[in-house]
Design a protein around this ligand. Structure first.
Ligand code: ACO
Length: 427
């Protein structure tokens, strides 16, 4: 046995192997702990627990590092594009020119939905939240694409991955159109992934969408920044759902449900609402006092893993400035509030001591609003982007020889065993 960790419990010494990754903290392998000690470990929120081995994404939260298959997110956001990042996450390597073109062709040619699928949307209330539609519609893909739900067939796993990445923008755009009461716009094969999505969202029968390279690039970059983030809550949800053998479409629907929460994907909507509520720069000190008095949190700040500047926030801030300049909104009062709030928070001991820095959501709300999206769509866009991360992680789990159903244990503190009392004898 290599390096081990020893600890004693009730007079017995237990020796556990230490696993080493390429980078990051060592991991103590506790798989035999229960058998040898009759004890569980307690870790609500999984702050000290690695649930799997993965080769996809690495984060060093203290240094503010995010790598996909070894490549820094800043370099990918600057020099690559979303389709290439999808290939990288799924395959482990950057594609050759021919591989890139094949992959792009495959994704582009799977964007259409079965015509019958469109009728599915009509069942939702006309004002349904687009995320509610996403949870239902993506789950419903399992009812339409039976030929790619056999998780034990490697070919079917690839087909479901391609279908999900390709169809997610079409479903998201339909959720948006339905929410707005506008007719659906079909995908077009001559457009890029981001262009196609923007057109399906913003074209109307009375007027086609006009391509704009700055806005398309911003959309593509937002997708790239959100593509994967190792074992976050929604990805862990996808893995846990998939660990029972559920089909990939159902697993991704579970991930979307988890992403919806305000502590996760819903944060950019909350961050924008917060900026609107503050309204003007002079209201910031009063607002910061409220945060310190713990009446509310500074949304778009803080992260479970990053205890430094979120590297995605740096790119997002730059993209935000580019988009606002392009749409002629550089004087947006909310941008002024955001920049001043960031400046004050980064210099305030309350935030410094707790290592609270802006996360990717701090600037994404203002940017998405400038692109023309209402807040209800923000988390939907996140879901479109994260689909590749979810499916790459799901595939990795299914292909891992040690994979088994996820089944956490508990510390039971409820009533001890007691006898049933008939209703007429209860005091
Ligand atoms: N504003 C004010 N104080 C905060 C914030 C915040 N945004 N975040 C954490 N803190 C404080 C806590 O009050 C706590 O202080 P204490 O030690 O004095 O009690 C300390 O910092 C640690 O906070 P925890 O809640 O223990 O940190 P955790 O890792 O559980 O939370 C989270 C991470 C949920 C992201 C949190 O920072 C938060 O609520 N942020 C706002 C929501 C947000 O922006 N979420 C987006 C995350 S990124 C993403 O999903 C893409």
């Amino acid at each position: 046995m290599g390096e081990t960790a020893k600890f004693s419990i009730e007079g017995k010494t237990i020796e556990l192997p230490i696993m080493k990754g390429t980078d990051g903290p060592d991991v103590i392998d506790i798989r035999k702990l229960y058998a040898e000690s009759d004890a569980f470990t307690y870790d609500p929120g999984f702050t000290s627990t690695a649930s799997c081995e993965s080769k996809i994404t690495f984060i060093d939260g203290d240094k503010g590092v995010l790598l996909h298959r070894g490549y820094p997110i800043g370099e990918l956001a600057e020099s690559s594009n979303f389709i290439e990042v999808c290939y990288l996450l799924l395959h482990g390597e950057l594609p050759s020119a021919a591989e890139y073109s094949d992959f792009e062709h495959t994704i582009t040619h799977h964007t259409m939905l079965h015509e019958q699928f469109d009728r599915f949307f009509q069942g939702f209330r006309r004002d349904a939240h687009p995320m509610a539609i996403m949870v239902g519609a993506v789950g419903a893909l399992s009812a339409f694409y039976h030929d790619s739900t056999d998780i034990n067939d490697p070919q079917q796993r690839w087909i479901s991955a391609h279908r999900l990445i390709a169809k997610m923008p079409t479903i998201a755009a339909r959720a948006f159109k339905y929410f707005q009461g506008q007719p659906f716009v079909h995908p077009r094969n001559d457009l890029s992934y981001a262009e196609n999505f923007l057109r399906m969202c913003f074209a109307v029968p009375a007027e086609d969408w006009k391509p704009n390279p700055v806005l398309t690039r911003a959309m593509d970059r937002i997708f790239t920044l959100h593509a994967d983030h190792e074992q976050n809550a929604s990805t862990s949800t996808v893995r846990l759902a998939g660990s029972s053998g559920a089909n990939p479409f159902a697993c991704i629907a579970a991930g979307i449900a988890c992403l919806w929460g305000p502590a996760h994907g819903g944060a950019n909507e909350e961050a924008l609402n917060m900026l609107k509520e503050i309204g003007t720069v002079d209201k910031i000190p009063e607002f910061i006092q409220g945060v310190k008095d713990r009446r509310y949190r500074l949304m778009g700040f803080g992260h479970r893993v990053y205890k430094n500047y979120d590297p995605r926030a740096t790119v997002m801030q730059k993209t935000c400035h580019e988009v606002l300049a392009e749409v002629g909104d550089s004087d947006d009062p909310l941008l002024k509030v955001a920049m001043e709030l960031e400046r004050i928070a980064l210099n305030d001991p309350y935030f410094i001591e707790r290592k609270l820095y802006p996360n990717v959501d701090f600037y994404s709300g203002i940017t998405l609003r400038a692109l023309g999206f209402p807040p209800e769509m923000f988390t939907v866009l996140f879901a479109v982007a994260r689909t590749v991360g979810w499916i790459a992680q799901w595939k990795e789990m299914i292909e891992d020889p040690v994979y088994k159903i996820g089944r956490p244990r508990q510390l039971y503190t409820g009533a001890p065993k007691r006898d049933y009392v008939p209703v007429d004898k209860r005091g």
